[in-house]
Write a protein that binds this ligand. Sequence first.
Ligand code: AMP
Length: 218
Amino acid sequence: MMNLILLGPPGAGKGTQAKLLLDSTGVPQISTGDMLRAAVAAGTELGRQAKEIMATGKLVPDEVVIGLVEERLNQKDCASGFMLDGFPRTVPQAERLELVLERLGRAIDHVLLLEVEDEELVARITGRRTCGVCGAIWHTVFMPPPEGDGCSCGAKDLQQRADDNEVTVRQRLGAYHEQTAPLIGFYGTRGLVRKVRGTGKKPEEVFEAAKQALGLGR
Ligand code: AMP
C-alpha cells in the first residue's frame, strides 16, 4: 500500500518517474493533466472549458480537478494505492484531498518532490515528445527516441503537447511558483516531503534516488 503525491514543476520528471514506479510497484498513476487532455481530445463540455485555460498555461478551476480526482480515487484499482501526478496543485486542492481521503479512511504516505531549475525545465519541456500509443516520454536531445521518429513500442506517433512551447511554459512555471510551491510547506509541516534532485541525471538515476527516498530499497 502506497499513497503517493508527485510534486514538482512542469518538466521535472513527474510523469517519467510515475511510469517507472508503476512498472515496479503496480500502483496506478493518476495524472490530472492526462485526464484533462483526454477530455479535450474527446471534445466533452469539460474538455472545451479546459482547452483554452490549458493553452494559456494557467490552472483550471480547483472544483473541476477535485471532481475528477475524487471520482478516480473511488475506482477499484486505487484500493491498494495511488500515485497522484500533477495534483494537488493549489493549497485548496490539497485541503480538499485531505477531506476526500479521510472519508475513504486513507492518508498520504509520501510526497516525492522533484527539484529542477527553471532554465533546465524550459529546455526539457520544449523538446518533450510523447508516444501517442504507449505514452512513453522522450526528448529530442536529452532522451532521443530509439527509432528517430518512432517509439520503442514500435509506434510512429510521437506528439508534442500543445502547451509545451516556450511562452506557455513560462506561464506554467509562474503558476507553479505562485500556486503550487506553497504545497512544499503544507506537506513539510506534516512530515511527508521526500526531496530528490532531478537535475543533470538520467531518469533511471533519479528513479534509484526516488526509491531510496520512498523506502522502496534498491
Ligand atoms: P500537466 O500535464 O500536469 O503539466 O498539466 C497540464 C495543464 O493541465 C496545466 O498547465 C493546467 O492547465 C492543467 N492542470 C493539470 N492538473 C491540474 C490541477 N491539479 N489543477 C489545475 N489545473 C491542472
